[in-house]
Design a protein around this ligand. Structure first.
Ligand code: SF4
Length: 149
């Protein structure tokens, strides 16, 4: 039996939206582009199996965390808290002893749900937004536009 309770702790650290969104809306009430909706849905297919961690030589949970962060960051309900969420979940991941990502892509190769390491790039961008008090407008735009990976 595999103990995946560490994943539950990471989700509890920030893998949610902290505002009440009310009852389920009619699908047409909130405009979400088809590409964003599709990508968010792809990210949401992560089942928390832990295969990515097992495959990683560093024991990193970045693919799992980044999929959960991306799932919410891509949607209007989750976007406002994306940076705060990314930092909280990464800090919890580190506290629990998971390793760092060194881009070997072993996680991506093993993931049964085809989660992409593009999610890790998105997680890194959100983490940087929260971590650096970027006052330089040009640099802020650079990060927002996803030029930093
Ligand atoms: S291997 Fe894929 S589905 Fe399993 S926890 Fe990692 S990202 Fe999620």
């Amino acid at each position: 039996m595999v103990d995946r309770s560490a994943f539950d702790k990471i989700i509890a650290a920030g893998g949610y939206t902290s505002v009440r969104t009310g009852q389920a809306q009619d699908a047409n009430n909130i405009l979400i582009s088809k590409p964003d909706a599709d990508e968010a849905m792809d990210c949401a297919t992560c089942i928390g199996c832990g295969a990515c961690v097992a495959a990683c030589k560093n024991g990193s949970a970045m693919l799992f965390v980044s999929s959960k962060v991306s799932q919410l960051a891509l949607l209007p309900q989750g976007k406002p808290e994306a940076a705060r969420r990314a930092k909280a979940m990464v800090m919890k991941m580190e506290e629990l002893g998971f390793g760092n990502c060194t881009n070997t892509r072993a996680c991506e190769a093993e993931c049964p749900k085809n989660e992409s390491i593009a999610n890790i790039a998105r997680l890194n961008r959100e983490f940087i937004k929260r971590s650096l008090p970027i006052k330089n407008t040009s640099l802020r735009l650079f990060v927002r536009r996803g030029c930093l990976q």
